[in-house]
Design a protein around this ligand. Structure first.
Ligand code: GCV
Length: 605
């Protein structure tokens, strides 16, 4: 069992740890001695580190001392200055959402089976779960949602018969400052003898209140419930003619006496759309649902919104809800599992994406930050050894969203491998540029959904075209894309005026979103004078070429085994994928447009 970063922490964690302070003392002794701890409860998750003679003093609140110990370890192992003054996390809720099913599978999981479920029960190696707690604490992640937002039987029982098991699991993570959250099924009262799950029915309200009381009796520090409702066939309040505020508030009121949060996902759209119907446009859906409800949610509700209006596509604009909602507590949802971005085979380092999003929406627009986990039971936890970076950097980003993406990547590289300065710089650059390369060979210019249906790996430009998911590129012999300006579906009008105007004008729209917002003829002239079709060809050819260059860089890094072989094996697959994307997409558009490549490269007939 390898610990993805901090390789110097070789010792397993004793199972006697009870509190974050115990864990902090244990961790600090692995690297720096003497380290003294001063418990200052008022600092909460915050900490302060000071040099004291030959050693250090770490002062902090109950969990802050643990975070301080890890910050000290990071600073010492990266050769960086100690953080000055009191450090506090920017976002109080820094959560991973684990889409783990109780049969042991993980929805969109690319690193093996669940670390804690198997055979419809909790089933885990406690030592490994302690390592997990350690790994999460080392980057400040403080909440883990234990089960898939698609709640499949018997996961409903996590807040029923399985409560003792949930409590035992929570107990293992508690010393690491990690609290649990549970995804719940809105229709659960129906499965427990009531004839309705209507949120305005007093019996339903009483049922949830009694459930919440029982849950908190077993797990007093539970972070709350996470809910996917009226989304992709999940039950929700709409079935009873109730809106999402009514649904969310009913659950929130059951949790409120216990200090729990109700995290309600805004991933709501019609997944039974008729592709023939051009009047419905999926990206419009969430805004249409939630804007009229602004101000109606209780204080302990957090509306968790995916970064873009679709679904973790390679390039999307930020969800317009972040700009529109004024009186609703919001959470921002990213996905570390690379569902549409290479599935932990292709390299795709995410820190630049997160920074782009918080810069665009304003980091203080949201009060919580969550990411779909990329963890699994694989020996190295992540499938691709470099996919560890995304979890590592996510935790630190959630702590300090002003962190520089390149610095986060460099820090991970330094803590994970003993590289020369040149190798470290090469690995940092490789990862920093990996997102742009992936975007280029797969989906440049904001064209979404040209991916193989269901699996979501590899190209299939027609795969989602005639389906019910609301995912169309509408390519024909003249043009490609959907007009989302006011002349078209009107999606661009959901943004504040200045942004709306920019997005709605093809001359002003950021080029990387051009085909997200516009339907354009292949002869459309881009800002640098190239035609749209030529730009599509160029990007795919150049993206695949850049992937080849990445493979050469990787080889030259001479990483230690087993990471070297594992990364090389995955890179071979990435190259196959990149060539496939290049050729399929170029051929697709060549067949429609009939336009030759100006540079005479091979486009298959
Ligand atoms: C958990 C996408 C994924 C689904 C996922 C869903 C969601 O549609 O493909 O696997 O379901 O998003 O975020 O709820």
């Amino acid at each position: 069992m390898r610990y993805a970063w901090l390789p110097m922490l070789k010792k397993p964690v004793p199972d006697t740890l009870q509190r974050p302070l115990d864990a902090a003392k244990f961790e600090a002794r692995q690297i720096a001695d003497p380290v003294c701890f001063a418990l200052e409860p008022a600092l909460g998750e915050g900490y302060r580190i000071e040099k004291a003679g030959d050693g250090y003093t770490v002062a902090g609140g109950e969990t802050g001392v643990l975070y301080g110990a890890y910050a000290l370890i990071r600073a010492l192992s990266c050769g960086e200055a100690l953080p000055e003054g009191v450090q506090r996390p920017y976002y109080p809720l820094r959560m991973i959402n684990c889409w783990d099913n109780m049969d042991g599978s993980i929805e969109r999981g690319y690193a093996g089976r669940s670390l804690w479920f198997e055979g419809d029960a909790f089933h885990y190696d406690p030592a490994r779960i302690r390592q997990l707690g350690r790994m999460l604490a080392s980057v400040g992640i403080n909440v883990l949602c234990v089960n898939n937002v698609n709640v499949h039987w018997p996961a409903q029982q996590l807040i029923g018969d399985l409560l003792p098991d949930l409590a035992a699991f929570a107990g293992i993570l508690r010393p690491f400052g990690v609290r649990l959250m549970v995804s719940v099924d809105f229709s659960m009262p129906l499965q427990c003898g009531l004839d309705t799950a209507d949120p305005l029915d007093s019996r339903v309200q009483a049922w949830w209140k009694q459930r919440a009381d029982a849950v908190y009796a077993a797990v007093p520090d539970l972070a709350g419930f996470l809910v996917k409702a009226d989304s992709e066939h999940r039950p929700g309040p709409n079935a009873y003619g109730r809106d999402h505020a009514q649904g969310a508030n009913m659950l929130a009121r059951a949790l409120a006496p216990h200090g729990g949060a109700l995290v309600w996902r805004a991933f709501v759209y019609n997944c039974l759309q008729d592709w023939r119907d051009h009047s419905v446009d999926r990206p419009c859906a969430a805004y249409e649902t939630y804007m009229p409800l602004d101000g109606s949610f209780d204080d302990n509700v957090i509306l968790q919104i995916k970064n873009g209006p679709y679904d973790f596509q390679v390039r999307e604009p930020e969800s317009p809800l972040f700009f529109g909602l004024r009186h609703t507590p919001m959470g921002l949802e990213f996905q570390l599992a690379q569902e549409y971005t290479g599935q932990q085979i292709d390299l795709y380092a995410m820190p630049p994406l997160w920074r782009e999003v918080t810069d665009a929406i304003g980091k203080d627009t949201v009060r919580a930050i969550a990411a779909v986990s990329n963890l699994g039971r694989d020996e190295n936890w992540f499938g691709h050894p470099f996919a560890a970076l995304n979890l590592f950097a996510f935790g630190l980003f959630a702590w300090d969203p002003d962190g520089d993406p390149a610095a986060l990547i460099r820090c991970w590289a330094r803590m994970t491998y003993a590289l020369t300065a040149d190798q470290e710089a090469a690995l940092t650059d490789l990862l920093l540029g990996s997102r742009a390369v992936y975007e280029r060979y797969t989906a440049p210019l904001g064209l979404c959904w040209m991916v193989r249906p269901d699996k979501h790996y590899g190209p299939s430009p027609y795969g989602y075209e005639f389906q019910a998911w609301g995912t169309y590129n509408r390519a024909d012999r003249d043009a490609v894309g959907v007009d989302r300006s006011g002349r078209g579906t009107g999606y661009a009008c959901q943004y504040p005026p200045e942004l709306a105007e920019r997005y709605a004008d093809p001359e002003k729209c950021p080029e990387n979103l051009l085909l997200f917002f516009h339907r354009l003829p292949y002869g459309f002239v881009m800002r640098d004078g190239r035609t749209l079709i030529q730009r599509i060809y160029d990007d795919h050819f150049e993206g695949a070429q850049q992937a080849e260059a990445m493979a050469r860089t990787l080889e030259a890094l001479e990483l230690p085994e087993p990471d070297r072989s594992e990364a090389a094996r995955r890179m071979e697959k990435q190259l196959i994928n990149a060539r496939e994307w290049r050729d399929v997409i170029n051929t697709f558009f060549h067949r429609f447009s009939g336009a030759a490549d100006e540079k005479g490269r091979v486009i298959y007939p």
